[in-house]
Design a protein around this ligand. Structure first.
Ligand code: ADP
Length: 229
């Protein structure tokens, strides 16, 4: 579960990035986080992963309290949250297989587990035939799938995808969203951070909208329409 209670975050220089955010995402949910540039989306991601600490308020993520987490606990928190970064952060000199295997090696997985798990997640994202390619030999959509496989490989309970369709055409974007939905159906909590309003409308899911560091609406499109009536 991800829970923010009246979270304020101010950076040393500049205004407050978050001005009292309260929201809760239950285990197993699929949820969009939307908002214009500068509204606080990246700050929310960094608070969830323990990269930043809240200035005030409480952040609870998968059993950890981020406002008082110890440094040595952060790697354990991060194993519960797989992040798919906007710029993928793939390692170009490694093959597809090695990029995913590496994420398991850094957390100390055994070779036997790696050999079983890596082909499984690559199949899940539809890259089973491309294990010995290198990232630069793949399309943007395939690189995005690889980034998703890597985020999934250590079996996190939550996946956060930061603008997963930022550089993709509409058809590939739809496929990536469908893949994230399938991953959600397998039990992983999925949070998709995006400004792609058209995609958000295609998938009738919960949408948390933020603006100027505050939650301005929260619910499915249909619920919000009902409220407006
Ligand atoms: P988004 O991801 O929605 O574009 P951010 O969370 O990056 O928004 O930023 C929210 C606000 O905080 C913006 O006004 C931004 O300028 C400010 N901000 C973000 N990072 C820093 C930083 N390291 N130092 C100072 N201000 C920052």
């Amino acid at each position: 579960m991800i829970q923010f209670i009246d979270v304020v975050k101010s950076y040393e220089q500049g205004n407050n990035a978050l001005n009292g955010v309260t929201m809760q995402i239950e285990d197993g949910e699929f949820c969009f986080l939307v908002g214009p540039s500068g509204s606080g989306k990246s700050t929310i991601i960094k608070l969830i992963t323990g990269e930043l600490k809240p200035t005030s308020g409480a952040v609870h993520v998968n059993g950890y309290s981020l406002e008082r987490i110890r440094k040595r606990e952060i790697p354990y928190l991060r194993r519960t949250v797989g992040v798919v970064f906007q710029d993928f952060r793939l390692i170009d000199k490694m093959t597809v297989y090695e990029n995913v295997a590496f994420a398991m090696r850094v957390v100390g997985a055994r070779e036997k587990e790696i050999k079983e798990r890596v082909p499984y997640v690559l199949e899940l994202v539809g890259l089973e035939g491309k294990m010995s390619r290198h990232p630069h030999e793949m399309s943007g959509g395939e690189q995005q799938r690889l980034a998703i496989a890597r985020a999934l490989v250590n079996n996190p309970s939550t996946i956060i995808a930061d603008e997963p369709t930022g550089n993709l055409d509409p058809e590939r974007s739809f496929e990536i969203m469908a893949l994230l939905q399938e991953i959600n159906n397998l039990g992983t909590t999925v949070l998709v951070v995006t400004h792609a309003q058209n995609l958000v409308e295609l998938f009738n899911k919960r949408v948390i909208a933020i603006d100027e560091g505050l939650v301005v609406s929260d619910g499915t499109e249909e619920e919000n329409e009902d409220e407006a009536e």
